[in-house]
Design a protein. Sequence first.
Length: 341
Amino acid sequence: MANSFLGRDMAVDLGTANTLVYARGKGVLLDEPSVVALSSGTGEILAVGHEAKRMIGRTPEGITAIRPLKDGVIADFEATEQMLRWFIRQVHRRSWLAKPRLVVCVPSGITAVEQRAVKEAGYMAGARRVFIIEEPMAAAIGAGLPVHEATGNMVVDVGGGTTEVAVISLGGIVTSLSIRTAGDDLDAAIVSWMKKEYSLLLGERTAEEVKTTLGSAFPLPDEPEAEVRGRDMVSGLPRTVSVSTAEVRQAMEEPVSAIVDAVRSTLDQTPPELAGDIMDRGIVLTGGGALLRGLDERIRHETGMPVHVAEDPLTSVALGAGKCVEEFEALQQVLVSDVRR
């Protein structure tokens, strides 16, 4: 019985694209898309996560599938709170006992109001205390960087809604930049490019598939082609076109260069001692965007710094936040502190 009390603390990586829940002593127990399907009439939840994601762009009028987080922050408060509650329940079967301490990750550029909304959603979903940790900090801890030492660690976390670039030393963020250009914008760029070049309308899921199968940020030795299906804007009928990797790269050029610029301007703000450390140790890429082929090459090419992709880029933020739950006392200082009134 005593064990169940210990195992209640959790860390949540509340992401625009995916939400991961880490339970103390158990690891990452849940990794689902941040999507909620609601009944339009009553507003009750019909599906959450993978099941709801399959519904995006395919719903009849009685159902709406929404992504309650936009650009890394809460866009629909009630849906977020419901989703969070559902995820916590998935991990904690005995929900009447569960009043966990929650550590939630937020983008570093978040405003006080947005931060408050995240906390409130956590309390409404049944947490006893809610602590907040900045995403780049969690990503750095999760990627195994020595954040408490007096050396510069640079982490670039490309998520769904935000890209976080930060230089970390002595357990704190020295310089950081959070831009709202990330995975979602890459998808949107593909959609608008296909419209312009082929007058073909794509759904957001198809655009995401094109990005993951064909997308790249830097020329590669073998460049595949693929058939892409959508709706012809002229005839209104379904049509298939063949698209090459080079074309997709061109389509994504704008958001990709925005991400690279963020890295450059963060380096520009970095104190020279730390910049020297980063030159030795390199930049670590995490987040789903780190899986975009050639992004590491592209950043290496434009900054001249060594770039490494984290071991498991999708879970590093959740693992880092999870480490704060495991070693709560030791890592208390990296959390953004506040007292609930």
